[in-house]
Design a protein around this ligand. Structure first.
Ligand SMILES: C[C@@]1(CC(=O)O)c2cc3[nH]c(cc4nc(cc5[nH]c(cc(n2)[C@H]1CCC(=O)O)[C@@](C)(CC(=O)O)[C@@H]5CCC(=O)O)C(CC(=O)O)=C4CCC(=O)O)c(CCC(=O)O)c3CC(=O)O
Ligand SMILES: NC(=O)C1=CN([C@@H]2O[C@H](COP(=O)(O)OP(=O)(O)OC[C@H]3O[C@@H](n4cnc5c(N)ncnc54)[C@H](O)[C@@H]3O)[C@@H](O)[C@H]2O)C=CC1
Length: 231
């Protein structure tokens, strides 16, 4: 048995970042979908593509280099250079060949580029969790390699817990916090207001379809009412 890797969870902003996927099958397709959703610019190096990836290439949503991986590709120093890439933000090694995946991983690690290896999580510098989304709320869960079957069941439990009402709830709290930050300068006062905001029973109101979005005057009134409170 291998040790538990003490993964550090982070959320990456991949918008307009160049990402490389080596391999063009079912797994590469899933990694591409995930990155596209995050706004990344994707290059795929693979002699063949799944039908969904072919469609994405046809629509210019991904840049396809139609050949086997060559040493130096992760640095953008071979064919990838022609796609205008200076440096990849992250790399996925997702071919069917363990030795090719390992080569991609070694080259990426040497270059200091985060890499995910589809067939061997111990060689990866990052792994992909199961994700559920409710607008701004993103809940992700991983079993650190125990596998997606159990992960999917646990994600299903999260889906039950975090219903669609959380999208409005979190959006409301975001908006209220944004306004508090604009009008209240004192950090202690701000924190107190933010705590008050988190105690509001909005979630239940949304669930019962009683919630009306707070317009500007109501927010100002609420802030004025609570900012002078002494705790
Ligand atoms: C460690 C990790 C690294 C990573 O890839 O990031 C990893 C690794 C491996 N997966 C393998 C197999 C499968 N993975 C899936 C599916 C998913 N795998 C995902 C994540 C992860 N998979 C990372 C953390 C996982 C964790 O939480 O523990 C998901 C969540 C996200 C995503 O892939 O983007 C996505 C769910 C998509 C969804 O349901 O929505 C399926 C099912 C399917 O394909 O339909 C199978 C076949 C069934 C099976 O084998 O269990 C193998 C063996 C390969 C082999 O033996 O050849 C390895 C290699 C190893 O364990 O080292
Ligand atoms: N991490 C995960 O979530 C999962 C990982 N896997 C593993 O991921 C890997 C890929 O699986 P699939 O996508 O299902 O396989 P697949 O057979 O559908 O696709 C493999 C792809 O690799 C390409 N390829 C082969 N040699 C190449 C090379 N030298 N350079 C560039 N591309 C090359 C092929 O053209 C093909 O597009 C396998 O090792 C599999 O065991 C499988 C399921 C889930």
């Amino acid at each position: 048995m291998s040790d538990i890797i003490p993964y550090v969870p982070v959320m990456l902003d991949c918008r307009n970042q160049h990402c490389l996927i080596v391999g063009g099958g079912k797994v590469a397709e899933r990694k591409a979908r995930n990155l596209l959703r995050g706004g990344a610019i994707i290059t795929v190096i693979s002699p063949k593509l799944s039908s969904e990836l072919q469609e994405l290439a046809r629509l210019d949503r991904i840049h396809w280099i139609a050949r086997h991986y060559e040493s130096g590709d992760v640095l953008g120093s071979t064919g990838a250079e022609r796609s205008g890439v200076k440096r990849y933000f992250l790399v996925h090694a997702a071919t069917i060949h363990a030795d090719v995946n390992r080569q991609v991983a070694d080259e990426a690690r040497c270059a200091g580029i985060p890499v995910n290896v589809a067939d061997h999580h111990e060689s990866s510098s990052f792994i992909n969790p199961m994700v559920i989304r409710r607008g701004r709320l993103i809940a992700s869960i991983t079993t650190s390699g125990a596998g997606p079957v159990v992960g999917r069941r646990l994600a299903g439990e999260l889906e039950q817990h975090f219903g669609q009402e959380y999208e409005t709830y979190i959006e409301f709290l975001y908006y209220l916090r944004h306004r508090i930050k604009q009008v209240v300068q004192d950090p202690a006062e701000r924190r107190r207001l933010l705590e008050r905001a988190s105690e509001l029973d909005i979630l239940e109101e949304i669930r019962q379809e009683r919630f009306c979005w707070w317009e500007e005057p109501r927010i100002e009134e609420w802030i004025a009412q609570h900012r002078g409170e002494i705790t």
